[in-house]
Design a protein around this ligand. Sequence first.
Ligand code: ADP
Ligand code: MG
Length: 260
Amino acid sequence: MVELSNGAVAITGRPILRGIDLTVRSGEFVALMGANGSGKSTLVRALTGLRPLASGSLSLFGTPLADFHDWRRIGFVPQRGGAGSGVPASVWEVVASGRLTHRRLMRPLGRRDRAAISEALEVVGLAHRAREGVSTLSGGQQQRVLIARALAGEPELFFLDEPTAGVDLPNQQVLADSLETLSERGSTIVLVAHELGPMAPLIDRAVVMRDGRVAYDGPPLTSHEVYETDHGHHHAVHVRHDHAPHVSSPLDSREGMAHE
Ligand code: ADP
Ligand code: MG
């Protein structure tokens, strides 16, 4: 579903990601973990084509990025920064917006669109709040609205960036149940999470980022092990591939920089 080889990202000339090799297979549930600032969100943006690669190659569904146009196969829930705050949209409207990629321009929503929207609201347990303003919901409920928005597009490949950050445990459990449903239906899921919480049993594989690189890629880890991996003391760390340039390169300039 995703194949990134030797990927690098620079933002305004500053190297953020280096030598990233990442393959996500169909039906996998991958947790992308690591400390704040390690590059998880940047990697997800690169994998969804939102952030250009400075080098390396990316294929989605077996198609090189430059030739890939089937964006409706991909759902993306960005990291939340006051989602819905000050936006006078109803829950239903926000979820309906996730259906836009399926619509012909300027055509009204069809029966199938409405069914997908209702279904997405059911999955996240918010069907009864559909007509309410998003801003009247709690943070955790707003997060569920954003997940329903992505679900409404019926994606095969689903990226979620820290959907549980700042979300209370009951809402995390609802999220976990929603993702389990999706996963059982065969969706491929890449979940960015600092702590897995109720998601832990769903994970097939963990990828841990450290300082813009993949520090671990393998079976799920406990959060204690991830913490150790973050600090570079974990002996069981498998760095599967490391294509970091060995010659002097702009990408090396961040070497040895302190964590934020
Ligand atoms: P994470 O999601 O793991 O917390 P990010 O991918 O958000 O990490 O950030 C990785 C690094 O890239 C950080 O040092 C961050 O400051 C930097 N960064 C991310 N986005 C931007 C941006 N838009 N402009 C400048 N720096 C950025
Ligand atoms: Mg992030």
